[in-house]
Design a protein around this ligand. Structure first.
Ligand SMILES: C[S@@+](CC[C@H](N)C(=O)[O-])C[C@H]1O[C@@H](n2cnc3c(N)ncnc32)[C@H](O)[C@@H]1O
Length: 280
């Protein structure tokens, strides 16, 4: 146990070193995540529900569901956006690899008697060909992936869009971490977010400024286990995101301050890009 622990805490992890266990699809952690999604006031696993409603209205205004009917929501969670997209007039497919969230979304759609296609799948493995008019990836999920996975996903998204289709995503900028220094602390819990058992969390924040990437690491120690969760975040400047989208084939990229259509601010901590695929 001690060797394992020392392996996690004695060195700064290699960039994009993976977690030792599932995060979103973990039996216990996913309970806390679902609770965070469903709390209408929180901006934790998703944004507060008023913002989500505003965001869906804005997306429907820039990609009218009559002209752009087929929508794919990547990382749809329990379907908070998906249901609102459906209500706005889109035919919605939602993909997520949290079984707990997808089951919740499916049951909720059944109860409300609405038709949304939900899939329990890793969105890195999508293989659609020109099937969707709009694809969304919301709440900075693009930034948690390595460069290799980001490129792979952008190429798959480009293939999945019909000509003239739109891809909408948001990412954090370096402003988000401007004043944050590398730090370590620990806490003791008698059951909580990371584990239902008594546990100690060793928390570290690491900067990889040469790659504009940050790491929130939590090592969770219980009586009989040690798990290490590495949550990565690559921050983007506008030029880098534009270049990545163009390399995937997108011809036009418009920038906004958030996924509800706020104006783009060069010194903001967040930006949203709407990338358009060339028409026929
Ligand atoms: C931060 S939450 C955002 C959820 C939703 N987009 C929203 O804003 O309400 C990220 C979601 O993406 C899912 N997710 C993360 N990586 C994924 C992947 N590679 N494949 C499928 N789902 C993924 C997680 O399970 C989680 O539900």
């Amino acid at each position: 146990m001690l060797d394992k622990l020392l392996g996690y805490v004695s060195n700064k992890p290699e960039i994009y070193e993976t977690s030792s266990s599932k995060f979103w699809d973990d039996e216990h952690i996913s309970k806390g995540m679902l609770e965070a999604h469903l709390n209408p006031e929180w901006d934790a696993a998703t944004r507060n529900h008023n913002f989500i409603t505003k965001s869906v209205e804005w997306i429907a205004s820039i990609a009218n569901p009559v002209q752009y009917p087929e929508l794919l929501d990547l990382g749809c969670g329990p379907g908070l956006y998906a249901e609102r997209f459906h209500k706005s007039g889109y035919h919605v497919t939602g993909i997520d690899y949290s079984m707990r969230s997808i089951e919740y979304a499916i049951n909720n759609a059944k109860t409300k008697d609405i038709t949304i296609t939900y899939k329990y799948q890793n969105y890195l493995n999508i293989t659609y060909q020109e099937q969707f008019d709009v694809i969304t990836l919301i709440y900075c999920d693009f930034s948690v992936m390595s460069k290799h996975d980001r490129t792979r996903l952008l190429n798959s998204i480009y293939q999945a869009l019909k000509p003239s289709g739109k891809f909408i995503l948001d990412v954090f900028t370096p402003q988000q971490y401007k004043d944050r220094k590398e730090a370590k602390d620990w806490d003791y819990n008698e059951g909580g977010f990371w584990s239902e058992k008594v546990h100690i969390c060793l928390n570290s924040f690491y900067r990889y400024d040469e790659s504009s990437t940050m790491l929130e690491q939590t090592v969770v120690i219980t009586k009989d286990s040690i798990e290490c969760y590495n949550l990565w975040d690559h921050t983007f400047i506008r030029e880098e995101l534009e270049e990545d989208l163009q390399q995937a084939g997108f011809t036009t990229v418009d920038f906004y301050g958030d996924v509800a259509g706020d104006v783009y601010k060069p010194d903001g901590n967040l930006m949203c890009a709407v990338a358009k695929k060339k028409g026929r």
